[in-house]
Every structure is written in structure tokens, then in C-alpha cells.
Design a protein around this ligand. Structure first.
Ligand SMILES: Cc1cc2nc3c(=O)[nH]c(=O)nc-3n(C[C@H](O)[C@H](O)[C@H](O)COP(=O)(O)OP(=O)(O)OC[C@H]3O[C@@H](n4cnc5c(N)ncnc54)[C@H](O)[C@@H]3O)c2cc1C
Length: 393
């Protein structure tokens, strides 16, 4: 993001130091060193190593044990993580550092924060976010029984679901939405499937079952009402902004790769990239890249200013992920048959980008959120003002 004037102006010396250190650290060779098997996911100890090297709790305030580098720090780290050429590690780091830590920082019960936050920042604990129910007809439910909460349900495709020690589970608690922190070692929690997948392979994706799991009511991180909705929106918008940036970083690397490739490959007497059909397609991709960068900078400013960001960030995630996927399709075509071979950089990038389509909510969901929120805003704008000038509706 350094090339973006708005964001680069905001970088402090500490951001720049992180940027330089992380860029050297996260390479495909680094990733291979920590995998359980060739092309497999990361070993559990990687998390402690990440902490030992100063890559955990980057955005977290210093008084809570973090590095105090805020959302910009998370973006700087995301940029470096893209150098590993596998989107899984970035997704898992966002879940751990942005979602799980944020739930704890804003938890109603400070004891929860004290119990888990130091472990997350040290990499001794790994977290996952369990949201996706098998279907709307099979929601994860929880009921209060005295001083305990009892959970029933299953969650699919959970990033780090197999490795994690701590699950943040979304559930319908006594009829209203809630987030509950559940330790993986609690009786009734089971990993029922670890998926084999196309991209983002550096972290596991698993199905996790909660079968009559009993936890203390103090493990409720957030429950019902407007504050639950606002916290959910804040956490998910932050995650979506970081995924939009991940897509942008992948797009940027891919465009650089394919531009070099089409310059060097001569077909029909001229460079492949000089044929107007290809030159125009790549010019469009360059325009998309600039729009993505501007959108990310704008969203960053909105988030840090504390304004409403839900529809704007949903649109941004949709746009960045959509355009990066389009470029991946173009780039694999431009590579010809080589673009179908598994060592093709374009095909590898495409595999990561397919994962970004669903993580943080599907592309269709992004459009639904944007559409719905914008329609609500328009309705509020149209509502007549009362005598005191206050809006009704
Ligand atoms: C890489 C990756 C990481 C993920 N990480 C996590 C995680 O950490 N935790 C977690 O809980 N989940 C995670 N997921 C799951 C992800 O959030 C879901 O896959 C996604 O929300 C879609 O839900 P689904 O798979 O049940 O698809 P479905 O709900 O079956 O939807 C299928 C398709 O239909 C579309 N659709 C749905 N309803 C409508 C409608 N009314 N009209 C038109 N189209 C519709 C959807 O947008 C989607 O494209 C991850 C998924 C991937 C691929």
C-alpha cells in the first residue's frame, strides 16, 4: 500500500519497520518450512514462532499487550503475508488478530479478556470463528440452564477449525443472536471433517460440531440487541476490508507477473501483450487496480473516522475480489496451456482468490448487504423531519 499517497502518509516509523521486517519474513520458502506436508497446512508451533518474531497483536492497543499499530498495521502485515503466495495464512491471521482479539477487547466481561487475550497474542492459543451453519433450517442454538449455557450445532468450512483451541461460536441464544467463547477441549466439541481444498491451503478448514456443549454463562462474549449487531458489523467489516486488501495484493502481484509474461511471449510476429485485445484487457485490469487502491484508502479513512462503513466495505470486498478473480481468469488464458498446469503462478493465484469469494461472506451476500443498507439509508433520507428538525422513520 505504500504506493498509495493517502495511506503512506499515515505510516509511522514503527509501521515502516514492521513493513520491512515482514516483507523479508513471509516468502513461499518460509511457508514451506512450516507446513505439515508439501502443500499442507501450517504446524501448530508456527503461531508461537509468529509471536516470537513480533507478528501477533499488531493492531491491538499496547496497554492490552499489542503493538498499537491499529488497522494500518494490519494492512501492512497483510501486504507482507501476500508474499507467501497462499491466502490461508492471511485469513487465519485476520481471524486470530482482528476477529478473536476484537471480541475479547470489547467483551462485556473483562475476565474473559484476561483469560484468553494474552494466550492469543503469544500464539499459545489459536482461535477460530464458527459461523456457517449447515443450512438455515439447522441453526446453532444455545439455551441458558442456570449458570450455564448449552450449545447444539455444527459449523462448516471454519478456518483453523482443526488447529484452534478456542472457538468463537455464533448461536441463537434463548432466541436472540449471540457469540459464545468455547474451548475446544470442552466435552461435546468435535472436529468432524477437515476439508481438502483448492487454495488457501496453508491453514486447515474444518467442520466443528457442538453436541450438548456446556459452558459457563460468563463465556458469552456478546448477546442480542443493537450492541450485538454493532459489534458484529464492526468485526465483520474489518475482516472484509482486510480480505479486500488481500485480493488487491494478489491482483497487483498477478498483474505484474502477467504483464512481464506477455511482453516476453511473441505470437503472430509481435509480443502477446501488444495485440490490442490483450493490451485493452490489461489496461482495464490496471484501472481496476487503481480503483481498488483508492477504495481501500477510502474505507480505511471511514473506519478510522468511526463512521458507518457496512455497505461501503461490503461493496469494496465485492469489487476487489470480483476484479481480482477476473484478472486471474484472463492471466491463466494468456499463459495458454501453461496456465492449466499446477505450477502456473496465475492458476495458483486463482486458487487463493476463489477462497476470498466465500470467506467473510459470499460475493452475493456482499451485494445483498450493500443493496439493503443503501436502501435503508435512502429511506431515512426521505423521511420527513419533525418540528424540531429530528428525522423520523
Ligand atoms: C476460504 C474460506 C474460508 C471460510 N472461513 C470461514 C470461517 O472461518 N468460519 C465460518 O464460519 N465460515 C467460513 N467460511 C464459510 C463461508 O462463510 C460460507 O461458505 C459462505 O458464507 C457461503 O455459505 P454456504 O457455503 O453455506 O453457501 P450457501 O449458503 O449454500 O450459498 C451458496 C451460494 O448461493 C448464494 N445465495 C445464498 N442465498 C441466496 C439467495 N437468496 N439468492 C441468491 N443467491 C443466494 C450464496 O451467496 C452462495 O454464493 C469460509 C469459506 C471459505 C471458502
Amino acid at each position: 500500500m505504500l504506493s498509495n499517497g493517502i495511506l503512506s502518509d499515515q505510516l509511522t516509523d514503527r509501521h515502516r519497520e514492521l513493513q520491512a521486517r515482514a516483507a523479508d519474513h513471509f516468502t513461499p520458502q518460509w511457508l514451506d518450512k512450516w507446513r505439515t506436508s508439501p502443500d499442507g497446512h501450517l504446524r501448530r508451533e508456527t503461531w508461537q514462532d509468529l509471536a516470537a518474531n513480533g507478528f501477533m497483536g499488531v493492531s491491538l492497543p499496547r496497554e492490552l499487550g499489542g503493538q498499537g499499530l491499529g488497522l494500518l498495521g494490519a494492512l501492512v502485515l497483510g501486504e507482507a503475508l501476500a508474499g507467501a503466495r497462499d491466502g490461508g495464512i492471511a485469513l487465519a491471521m485476520h481471524v486470530q488478530n482482528e476477529i478473536a482479539c476484537e471480541w475479547l477487547v470489547s467483551a462485556r466481561d473483562e475476565a474473559l479478556r484476561d483469560r484468553y487475550l494474552p494466550g492469543l497474542v503469544a500464539g499459545d492459543l489459536v482461535a477460530c470463528q464458527c459461523d456457517t451453519d449447515p443450512s438455515p433450517e439447522e441453526p446453532t442454538t444455545a439455551t441458558t440452564e442456570g449458570a450455564q449455557v448449552v450449545l447444539h450445532g455444527r459449523k462448516k468450512f471454519v478456518i483453523n477449525g482443526a488447529t484452534a483451541d478456542l472457538c468463537f461460536v455464533s448461536a441463537v441464544l434463548d432466541g436472540a443472536p449471540a457469540i459464545i467463547a468455547v474451548e475446544k477441549s470442552t466435552p461435546g466439541v468435535r472436529v468432524t471433517e477437515v476439508y481438502d481444498k483448492f487454495g488457501t491451503r496453508s491453514v486447515d478448514s474444518a467442520q466443528v460440531e457442538f453436541d450438548g456443549v456446556r459452558v459457563a454463562a460468563e463465556q458469552i462474549v456478546s448477546r442480542s440487541g443493537i450492541s450485538q449487531l454493532m459489534r458484529w458489523n464492526r468485526v465483520m467489516s474489518r475482516m472484509r476490508l482486510l480480505i479486500a486488501a488481500d485480493a488487491f495484493f494478489t491482483h497487483r502481484a498477478l498483474l505484474e507477473h502477467i504483464t512481464g509474461y506477455v511482453r516476453g511471449r511473441t505470437l503472430g510476429g509481435r509480443a502477446l501483450g501488444a495485440w490490442p485485445v490483450n493490451a485493452h484487457a490489461l489496461a482495464r485490469a490496471r484501472a481496476h487496480q487503481e480503483l481498488m487502491e483508492a477504495g481501500i484508502a477510502d474505507a480505511y479513512l471511514r473506519v478510522t473516522a468511526g463512521g458507518s462503513t457496512v455497505p461501503e466495505i461490503a461493496e469494496l470486498k465485492w469489487f476487489c475480489v470480483e476484479k481480482a478473480n477476473e484478472l486471474a481468469v484472463l492471466a491463466t488464458d494468456l499463459e495458454g496451456g501453461a496456465g492449466y498446469m499446477w505450477d502456473s503462478p496465475s492458476l495458483r493465484a486463482h486458487a487463493q482468490l476463489r477462497g476470498f469469494r466465500m470467506s467473510g461472506g459470499s460475493q452475493t451476500t456482499m451485494l445483498t448487504i450493500a443493496n439493503h443498507s443503501m436502501a435503508c439509508r435512502a429511506e431515512l433520507e426521505l423521511a420527513p423531519s419533525g418540528a424540531d428538525g429530528a428525522r423520523r422513520g
